[in-house]
Design a protein around this ligand. Sequence first.
Ligand SMILES: Cc1cc2nc3c(=O)[nH]c(=O)nc-3n(C[C@H](O)[C@H](O)[C@H](O)COP(=O)(O)O)c2cc1C
Length: 383
Amino acid sequence: MRLGSLTLSSNLFLSPLAGYTNLPFRLVLREIGGVGLCTTDLVNARSLLGKNPKALKLIETNATDSPLAVQLFGSVPEEMRDAAAYLESIGVASVDINMGCPVKKVCKVGGGSAMMTELDKTAALVRGMVNAVKIPVTAKMRLGWDADNLTAPDLARTLEDVGVQAIFVHGRTREQGFGGTVNLAGIRAVVAAVKAIPVIGNGDIITPQAAKKMFDATGCAGVSIGRGAFYNPWIFQHTRHYLKTASLSPSDGERAGVRGELPPEPSFAERVRVMCRHLDLMVEVFGEELGCRMFRKVAPWYAKRFGPAHVFNKRVVQVATRAEFHTVLDDYTHWRQQFLDDRGELLPRFQLPPMVASFMQAEVPAAARREAIPVPQGPVEVW
Ligand SMILES: Cc1cc2nc3c(=O)[nH]c(=O)nc-3n(C[C@H](O)[C@H](O)[C@H](O)COP(=O)(O)O)c2cc1C
């Protein structure tokens, strides 16, 4: 698909997850494959211009981490413009503007969701950015402040008029936080509101089937996946395969209703291989001490599909070195054997069914419904 002047190999996107979508995680996803464009955590435009070391670390990248979008937030037009120009000058492929962040500290200064309420001001700020760069400028938003104020369609149209090349929309309101159901009709209204630019749907995509449902129900041009990528780094590759082998829509002629093929779930050994690769990259990028500390909140996401894993989770949140991590993993692998059959597979009663997206709960039997996707804990738990 195309994003302005940029051609992407896939219409599957990695959503920004502050504290998580750093270089190591993006590289892990790119090595597995299937993702068209990755976006960084949000970056404060002013801090970036001031060459604040933390901001520079957020945009750290390398040749294999491509194409890369950097997400900016801020409310001072000149700062947003200059930050966009700076990002273009260092080779970033596109710039995304955060309009959907419900964190107080961001809204307070007029960035994030507050932007959605001041259309003219926002349009002027975005126009300044678009005019300053040749790379695509995109915007990420929620549906609006609350159910009575679904401002995203108007905002999307306004932004298209000032030159934004794509809209990312999380199908929830700011008031919803991460609760309730992703509103597919709300995303569809954004698709209907724009004239030509792609709208990328987002929210709760945790399986290839959920991605397909979002495409079919909203007419979006792409989907963006956040927590689902953490829960299952194979989701992009699997979704691509599923979409390629499924009919694209109910009106797809002879192929209508053809179900996609789901690649087999990665084995325990493959999950462990990727988890260890992720840790190695964390150590490479952040150093052993910080990399291991940061990995304490990452490893339990891999463990969600290991089967019984409380023993692993309890210990992994204390590791300080790579060697300690491997001791914990070896001990766990040994302990886990009691839950395996002769072929080394988890005994059926320890296997977990896949999670079900909020907007697909009604399609599964009540007994198969599971908790919502967890919101990662940490400094950004208020997202
Ligand atoms: C821990 C966390 C951090 C997030 N950080 C950002 C961010 O920096 N910028 C942004 O636009 N959205 C951010 N989001 C929102 C996600 O990009 C995404 O819109 C939301 O999680 C819904 O998609 P998902 O269900 O696929 O995770 C964050 C969400 C979480 C859970």
